[in-house]
Design a protein around this ligand. Structure first.
Ligand SMILES: Cc1cc2nc3c(=O)[nH]c(=O)nc-3n(C[C@H](O)[C@H](O)[C@H](O)COP(=O)(O)OP(=O)(O)OC[C@H]3O[C@@H](n4cnc5c(N)ncnc54)[C@H](O)[C@@H]3O)c2cc1C
Length: 417
């Protein structure tokens, strides 16, 4: 059987390896001149391959369509991924939060072992080859795949195939080759596509008081995000102020739950700056600080309570005169300060878009795909894998696990008629 895999990223490589292991004659098409351009960037160049959590916890980390992943995860889970790489002679280690990395800390080593595996299985790789269309023939009620049309060296070529696995990725970091263009040609074939949006992406805001705090990193804070009046995210961890707004792990996770339409109804980030203390405990703490600083100006009394880059913003938001002597601050003013520290609110007006998004939300509608095989429900012999499917996850190695698991399942599901 001739199988074409389109996309030389994590999902496409895993699909090609699996189909070749099953004795298929596999051709991998990649528009770049090398494999894994995005894989190379992952985990800040270290590649967080997967997460070593119990398999059930994988589902908790999927933000969109976790149920769709049931067969793919149970067929080839995170522990199978770790075994796979070990068998490819890649030593791996587990770090904080279950994150799994190559011991070498080089994503290039992940790509190297995958390339070696493809070569050892005799997979033919066509670089500089861009899929431009898929070919189908009528097969009873349905259409059946018969091959692809691609552009190579400015020429159009037609490659016949018995099965095609599409693994062309999302739209984030388009410079890596994942530009979403392949999805538009699917729409013409009656395949529903969910609008693609940036996810795991920093937030922007135009409040100078906030952008002036650039470079400030807050650890152990609580963050709650509202879209209009609806709470869409609540978490605890680390965040960062930047010249454009907000970033850091907690903010990226929050962005997975904020849709583009939400920005129109208003998105608010509420930071609990003292999440370890209740309102009453914090009030006592502030009172203590005020007693020690009673003859100082309010502006000079917050050094122990707040990082210096935050003091100006907190003073301004508190509406307490910065020159006021601490012993003259009223109970009402103190309570206003305490509430501000527990609920520091920031209006968000958008995100940094696909250029800075770690992943893409949306893509091929899961109702178009058989979750037990990854085969398209309307075109026989056409399969999908990886980020091009409308499934996305939080950070921690879960997005690559989606790519490995769906790639494995697609490659395994191709059967002779
Ligand atoms: C900066 C960054 C860091 C990340 N870090 C991590 C991490 O540490 N851990 C983690 O789990 N996830 C991480 N991710 C997410 C993860 O990289 C992706 O979810 C994953 O790589 C998706 O794999 P894929 O194979 O589906 O798509 P891709 O890796 O995007 O591969 C798709 C391939 O298809 C090719 N292609 C597209 N269209 C065509 C066409 N028409 N013809 C031919 N070829 C085509 C592209 O050139 C590309 O090579 C990170 C993402 C980014 C951007």
């Amino acid at each position: 059987m001739d199988v074409i895999v389109v996309g030389g990223g994590a999902a496409g490589i895993m699909a090609a390896v699996t189909a070749a292991e099953n004795g298929k004659n596999v051709t991998l098409i990649e528009q770049n001149d090398r494999l894994g351009k995005k894989l190379f960037l992952t985990g800040k160049g270290r590649c967080n391959i997967t997460n070593a959590c119990p398999v059930e916890e994988l589902f908790d980390n999927i933000a969109t369509n976790p149920k769709f992943m049931y067969s793919a995860f149970y067929g080839f889970d995170n522990h199978a991924t770790i075994d796979f790489f070990r068998q490819c002679s890649l030593a791996v280690k587990t770090e904080r939060g279950g994150r799994v990395f190559p011991v070498s800390d080089h994503s290039s080593d992940v790509i190297k072992v995958l390339r070696k595996k493809l070569d050892s299985l005799g997979v033919r790789i066509l670089f500089g080859t861009k899929l431009t269309d898929i070919k189908t023939v009528k097969c009873g009620e349905k259409n059946k795949i018969s091959g692809v049309i691609a552009k190579k060296d400015k020429k159009m070529i037609e490659i016949p195939a018995d099965a095609v696995i599409l693994a062309t990725g999302g739209r984030s970091y388009p410079s890596t080759g994942s530009d979403g263009a392949a999805l538009s040609l699917l729409q013409g074939c009656g395949i529903r596509i969910k609008t693609q949006e940036p996810s795991l992406v920093p937030f922007t805001c135009d409040d100078k008081l906030i952008t002036d705090m650039q470079g400030l990193s807050l650890k152990n804070v609580g963050v709650t995000v509202y879209a209009g009046n609806r709470e869409v995210f609540s978490g605890f961890g680390e965040m960062l102020f930047t010249h454009f707004g907000l970033s850091g792990p907690l903010i990226l996770s929050a962005s997975a739950y904020v849709k583009e339409k939400d920005y129109r109804s208003g998105v608010r980030v509420i930071i609990d700056l003292k999440s370890a203390l209740s309102v009453d405990e914090l009030d006592e703490r502030v009172l203590r600080d005020f007693k020690e600083n009673q003859n100082r100006n309010f502006a000079n009394s917050l050094g122990r309570l707040l990082p210096s880059k935050m003091i100006t913003a907190v003073i301004e938001r508190s509406s307490i005169d910065p020159e006021k002597k601490v012993n003259l601050i009223t109970k009402q003013e103190r309570q206003r300060l305490v509430n501000l520290l527990k609920c520091f609110e920031i209006d968000v007006n958008g995100n940094r878009g696909f250029d800075e998004a770690i992943i893409t939300r949306g893509g091929v509608d899961v109702s178009m795909i058989d979750p037990s095989t990854m085969e398209c429900k309307v075109i026989k012999g056409l399969y999908f894998a990886g980020e091009m499917i409308d499934v996305d996850a939080l950070t921690g190695g879960f997005n690559l696990q989606i790519a490995w698991s769906t790639g494995r399942l697609a490659g395994d599901s191709i059967k002779e008629e």
